[in-house]
Each structure stands twice: as C-alpha cells, then as structure tokens.
Design a binder for this molecule. Structure first.
Ligand SMILES: [Zn+2]
Length: 229
C-alpha cells in the first residue's frame, strides 16, 4: 500500500476512535423511575465526578407538544456535563403517552407524571436547582425568560443574578394574588418544598433549535457559575 494512503488510514482510524470515545464517555446513565397509564419518566444522569460541586436537575417533555425545549435540553445536559467535570446534571425526560397532542389533557398528564415521580426523586437527590423547560407562544411572555412561581427567597435570588448575567427576562409572580395554576400547585411548590430552587424556563416556540440550544447552554452555564461561586 502507498505510504501516504497508509498514514491517512491510520489518522482516520485514530479520529474515529476518538469520536467514539467522546460519544461513549459523554453518554448518561439512564433509568426509568416511574411509569403509569399516562406515560413514563426516564432519569438520565450526566457527569463522572464522585463529588460534584454543583448538581442541576433539568425537566424536559412535561408539556409534550413543546418541541424546542424537548429537543435541546437533553443535548445541553449532555454537552455541558462533558465540558464541565465538576457538575452533575440529572435530566428528567418526561414521555407522555396518553393524549400527548391534546393541549390541555397532555399538559395535565405531564404535570401529573412530574408530581408523582420527579418530586420524590428530587427529594432524594441533593440538587441545587431544578430547571423546568417550556416553549411559549409569542403572546405568552417575551423572548427567553425565567419565572419563579413559588417566589421563595433562594430561587428569586439566584434567578435575579442569572437573568442579569445572560440578558434573559425575569417574570416575578405577585404572591398577593392566590394562584389557580395547577403546575404551580402540583409541580413548582412541591419541588421547592424539598429545599430545591426552581426555575420555570421559557423558550420562544418560534425560535430555531440552534439558537434555542445556545441560549439554553448559556442558562445552564450561568446557573452553574453562580452556584459554584
Ligand atoms: Zn409548557
């Protein structure tokens, strides 16, 4: 065989193994933590540190019709953990199988799955923050934003800093108005009650997936930096 061809072949094989190695190394540990008639929750844990300095939970797929966050947040979890050895990221992937395309029933089913399976798991884990992913319609809030519906001090303090760092909008809730929101009562409040900060994170549904990935990565990075400070 021609010498140059041989060298090219060896370089090609080395690159192939390197890519394969990165792919295998960055893969998360996956387990189903709950399943019922409405769907299931898969818990995917990323990170190799035995003593991570920051632990972040990311919920995706709770509202099954929201395609941007459902696609980018698992990828962000994987890529961020690969480049940041001091972090542990737990991605709770909600898979609604009962009426996933029905706006109201699908949403309620996803919230029920998170209430029944994610809240208990968060209570067992020692997470510093849980980010709950959403997409929003153009009229429902502006651009990329965070809300802290429970308005607990720890979440508010962190959200103020992080949104300021990366230019997200921050919507506070007026707590003097009693809430009727099922997601606040069934999801946000119970997670905060475990002693964990909660961000409700909203991506514009009209934005492209590449920008949604980039902005979501910025959010996780800024949260990590503030929690690590
Ligand atoms: Zn949503």
């Amino acid at each position: 065989m021609n010498k140059i061809l041989k060298i090219i072949l060896i370089i090609f094989i080395v690159i192939l193994f390197a890519v394969l190695g990165v792919f295998i190394y960055s893969e998360g540990h996956s387990e189903v933590i709950g399943e019922n008639d409405l769907g299931s929750v898969n818990k995917v844990t990323y990170g190799h540190s035995s003593n991570p300095s920051v632990e972040i939970g990311i919920v995706s797929g709770m509202h099954s019709r929201e395609l941007n966050h459902k696609f980018v947040l698992p990828l962000v979890s994987r890529v961020f953990a690969f480049f940041n050895p001091n972090v542990k990221i737990v991605n709770y992937v909600v898979n609604v199988t009962d009426h996933p395309e029905d706006f109201n029933i699908g949403r309620a089913n996803g919230e029920s799955l998170v209430h029944d399976y994610v809240v208990n798991d968060v209570a067992k884990e020692d997470l510093d923050l849980v980010i709950i992913g959403h997409d929003h319609e153009p009229t429902y809030g502006d651009d990329y934003y965070i809300a802290t519906p429970t308005m607990d001090n720890a979440s508010v303090k962190l959200a103020s800093k992080v949104t300021n760092d990366i230019g997200f909008n921050y919507y506070k809730r007026n707590v003097s108005q009693p809430t009727q929101s099922t997601s606040i009562m069934n999801v946000d409040n119970p997670i905060v009650e475990t002693g964990t900060r909660v961000f409700v994170y909203e991506i514009p549904e009209v934005d492209g997936k590449i920008n949604a990935f980039k902005r979501s990565y910025d959010l996780v990075a800024a949260s990590f930096n503030r929690l690590n400070a």
